[in-house]
Design a protein around this ligand. Structure first.
Ligand SMILES: [Zn+2]
Length: 189
């Protein structure tokens, strides 16, 4: 989708249109043609907005479908695709917290809506959010944000440390269990 040109916008003003501005070349031509044909500005505005919300709904549906396919591909890659790196567009400030973040495949599988566009934030024709696959062997900085669920964000470094900590605890527990086993066996003999 291309934004309307300055010439189109100027021409529209001359044609007496001062309603909701068009967001695409296509919308601008629709308004211009309508005004030239003598249609009322209010009626044209209404028709444009109606068509826009229809286009927005189908855009959203397409994007969600696309995201699901990407997630499926990652799931079927046997771990080769570790997840996705998300970039938030300039106009989607409401989702800023996900900018540059890593979304692991298993988290995306449970929450496909963590891939953009985001409902209530990303707008049709304005959203520039995108994401790309991240491969297992790709280097990534430890302070990269990492998404663990909706609004649950940590960093890759912190996540790794907590996992190591967990492994250490398990090892310690196993060691204690082993000692207890030895003591019990010793006392029993
Ligand atoms: Zn967006």
């Amino acid at each position: 989708m291309y934004p309307p040109t300055d010439r189109q916008l100027e021409f529209l003003k001359k044609l007496g249109y001062s309603g909701e501005p068009p967001i695409s070349k296509q919308e601008a031509s629709f308004l211009i043609d309508g005004r030239k044909a003598g249609k009322k500005a209010e009626a044209l505005e209404k028709a444009m907005l109606k068509a826009r919300s229809k286009a927005e709904a189908s855009w959203f549906k397409d994007q969600r479908h696309y995201a699901k396919m990407e997630i499926q591909q990652a799931r079927d890659s046997d771990g080769v695709i570790a997840g996705f790196i998300i970039r938030i567009g300039r106009t989607c400030d409401g989702a800023k917290r996900y900018h540059g973040a890593f979304l692991p495949t298993h988290v995306a599988m449970k929450n496909p809506k963590l891939l953009p566009p985001y409902e209530g934030i990303c707008q049709y024709g304005k959203c520039e959010c995108e994401y790309e696959e991240m491969l297992k062997d790709e280097k990534i900085s430890m302070d990269t944000p990492m998404i663990l669920g909706p609004n649950k964000i940590t960093t890759i470094g912190k996540h790794r440390r907590s996992r190591h900590g967990c492994a250490r605890t398990l090892l310690l527990l196993a060691f204690i269990a082993f000692i207890v086993y030895l003591v019990v066996r010793y006392m029993g003999s």
